[in-house]
Design a protein around this ligand. Structure first.
Ligand SMILES: [Fe+2]
Ligand SMILES: [Fe+2]
Length: 449
């Protein structure tokens, strides 16, 4: 048998590939090796390596047996990855490709190549460590995480998502939101995804109400971002959704408690001064009607209602004989009454509320032209809420009886508003109030609200 190779020794050395011819039978030994193979395995010379057998180079005996078994069975082995022992007893990842040659029935040879794949293995290993780490982080996050392709089909979800849907990840992948959520919700999610794909802009912290497949509604906060390929082209989206139902319920409870506490304050005012109480209740009703005409949402309406109910709460701190004095007030008495605004502000300014409650009340006697009190704010610095409160306050106060005068009536109140329209009072709000009066045939519509 001639010692010839298709890949000759000098070419393989130039390529950095280990080359060998090995006798399997009758005696195991290297017949030919190139310098690269000796170098890969840390031997100083080819002769040095030739003292070793191939079997001895395997670090892992199971691998060694599998290699020789495959050779016996198939006659060849392709890219067999295993750890070899180097001359200085270290380990190195190699890939062996070899085939068996039988010469007559006396000799068996092996010819093949051995490549050093340790750097490739190291990268693979560190990538796999990183992948496993990321996967375990993603799976242990108590938020739903999901990836979708450019057709909004789900390509990957974490364990939390799968548990929420009640299916395995395999059952979820390839599906879309339409498979799991009611049509209307899925449509909205689909549109959001398309918007991201189209614009490349993320959607951050969107509050959603979703009906889960198990039939419960949850409130969730969702952030979705685009995913790019290496060339910067958008190829899909990634989303993370956190269930905030418990938090939202807690927040609702907190708010109810707060409102109840504030209502107790209102009651305290009523016990002390019934005039003021019916006045504040009426003002709250008017302000709410105006808010509704402005298409305000539930929260803002609740805010303006509370502001109305509490706006004169500061009168708790004003002596009753001044508050209900039948005659004209002295300058000092008038100044004292004006203080109710600041007193109320101080009472409630530290309460956290998703509405500028304290500030609205603080501003309810301010006028657009700066003629109001206590800070003589002008048009640009008065909250819309406070402008509504001002109009509602005047409408109620002028219409009804006061200890120091008879009721002047709705027509007189309306006259006052129209006179001050644009100078003292906000034009739009005055118009809304006038409309409401007209719609209710000139009756004080707020009394029975
Ligand atoms: Fe007031
Ligand atoms: Fe008032």
């Amino acid at each position: 048998m001639k010692n010839t190779f298709y890949l000759n020794i000098s070419t393989s050395d130039a390529l950095g590939i280990g080359l060998f011819k090995y006798s399997l039978y009758p005696q195991e030994k290297f017949i030919i090796i190139n310098s690269t193979l000796a170098q890969i395995l840390g031997y100083l010379s080819k002769a040095d390596l030739k003292k070793e057998t191939l079997s001895n180079l395997f670090l892992n005996l199971t691998d060694r047996d599998a290699f020789f078994q495959m050779l016996r069975k198939e006659g060849k082995v392709k890219f067999f990855e295993t750890l070899f022992r180097t001359k200085d007893l270290k380990s190195i990842w190699v890939a062996i490709t070899a085939f068996k040659i039988t010469a007559g029935n006396k000799h068996e040879y092996l010819e093949g190549i051995i490549e050093n794949i340790s750097s490739h293995k190291d990268t693979e290993e560190s990538l796999s460590i990183e992948r496993n780490f990321l996967q375990s982080v993603v799976d242990n996050i108590p938020d739903a995480i999901y990836f979708k392709d450019y057709l909004n089909r789900i390509t990957k979800v974490n364990s939390f998502y799968a548990r929420g849907i009640g299916l395995s990840s395999e059952e979820i992948i390839g599906k879309t939101d339409f498979d799991f959520f009611p049509n209307e919700q899925a449509k909205q999610m689909f549109e959001d995804d398309n918007q991201i794909l189209r614009t490349g802009q993320p959607i951050i912290g969107k509050i959603e109400h979703t009906l889960l497949p198990n039939g419960t509604w949850n409130q969730a906060i969702t952030t979705k971002i685009p995913i790019f390929d290496q060339k910067g082209k958008i190829i899909g989206t990634m989303g993370i959704t956190r269930d905030i139902t418990a938090y939202a319920n807690l927040e609702k409870e907190r708010r109810v408690m707060l409102i109840n506490a504030l209502k107790v304050l209102g009651k305290a005012l009523e016990m002390r001064d019934p005039y003021t109480f019916s006045h504040t209740r009426h003002v709250a009703n008017i302000a709410q009607r105006i808010g509704k005409a402005l298409n305000w949402g539930e929260d803002r309406l609740l805010g303006i209602q509370l502001a109305g109910e509490l706006h004169d709460l500061g009168k708790i701190g004003i002596p009753l004989d001044i508050l209900n004095k039948p005659g004209t007030l002295s300058d000092l008495e008038y100044l004292l009454i004006q203080e109710h605004v600041k007193k109320c502000y101080d009472l409630i300014k530290d309460i956290q509320f998703p509405f500028p409650l304290a500030e609205t009340i603080y501003q309810h006697h301010e006028r657009l032209d700066g003629s109001g009190y206590p800070r003589k704010l002008n048009k640009n610095n008065i909250l819309l809420e406070a402008r509504i409160l001002a109009v509602s306050d005047v409408l109620e106060a002028v219409t009804h009886y006061r200890p120091y005068r008879e009721a002047l009536g709705l027509a007189k109140a309306q006259e006052e508003l129209i006179q001050g329209r644009g100078s003292k009072y906000d034009e739009t709000i005055v118009d809304i109030a006038t409309n409401l009066i007209k719609e209710n045939a000139g009756e004080p519509f707020w009394v029975n609200d």
